[in-house]
Design a protein around this ligand. Structure first.
Ligand SMILES: Cc1cc2nc3c(=O)[nH]c(=O)nc-3n(C[C@H](O)[C@H](O)[C@H](O)COP(=O)(O)O)c2cc1C
Length: 208
């Protein structure tokens, strides 16, 4: 069994991220071949505080129940799709904080990125690719870049109301990008299984 998680990158009330993540989840479940399971991992359900562990995650020793819960959730998967907005030209704080809470749980797994923002969230995704390298997450090339202008429908919406996000209506051209991304995340998640097995047998020395 290959298990994939769709991970939300934002947690704020009235975020656009959940609608995007639900679209990725539905598409991934439809596309999933035999032996592939896809689940949503919504950061908002974990209420992680700003990193408060005394030891670096590379030690794998967690003092807090919220970290152990997050660790168990992430360790259960072989690959991930991060659904991320761009905040101030970079990675949103909640997602960076969530990645920093863990270390070995991410190792030798695959990750793909669905970004959204004024320019498709591309600057956040570029930063996440650097972070992925340190976490030994193999990032796949295909990427989805959604526009908060053209991939949401604001018909009849009061744009001065901060609780209104518009209705997510992705342009159909994104379907091919998402299909390619999901295919590569699946293939790489499977291909890295022997590497994960090897590192379970021979754990690397912790670094600080
Ligand atoms: C703190 C903050 C910073 C933002 N900075 C950017 C930015 O640099 N580039 C961009 O394209 N959009 C930016 N936006 C707009 C977001 O793309 C838009 O609000 C999006 O819906 C955020 O994702 P969320 O609704 O899931 O939180 C920013 C939004 C917030 C809340």
């Amino acid at each position: 069994m290959t298990r994939l998680a769709i991970v939300t990158g934002s947690t704020r009330p009235h975020r656009r991220g959940r609608a995007v993540a639900d679209w990725v989840l539905t598409t991934a479940r439809k596309a999933a071949s035999e032996g592939v399971e896809v689940e949503l991992v919504d950061l908002a359900d974990f209420a992680l505080p700003v990193l408060d562990e005394p030891a670096p995650a590379a030690w794998g020793v967690y003092a807090h129940e919220h970290t152990r819960r997050w660790s168990e959730a992430i360790a259960a998967f072989d690959g991930y799709v991060f659904v991320t907005p761009e905040y101030n030209h970079g990675v949103p704080g909640p997602l960076k904080n969530a990645t920093d809470h863990l270390y070995a749980e991410w190792h030798h797994k695959a990750v793909g990125f669905v970004g959204y923002g004024v320019n498709g969230g591309v600057r956040a995704v570029e930063q996440l690719r650097q972070i992925a390298a340190e976490l030994k997450l193999a990032d796949v090339g295909p990427q989805v870049a959604l526009s908060t202008y053209t991939d949401f429908d604001y018909t009849g919406v009061d744009l001065t109301d901060p609780t209104v996000t518009g209705v997510f209506a992705p342009d159909e051209r994104h379907a091919d990008d998402l299909a390619a991304l999901l295919d590569e995340v699946t293939v790489w998640s499977r291909a890295l299984a022997p590497v994960r097995d090897r590192s379970e047998r021979e754990p690397a020395a912790a670094h600080s």
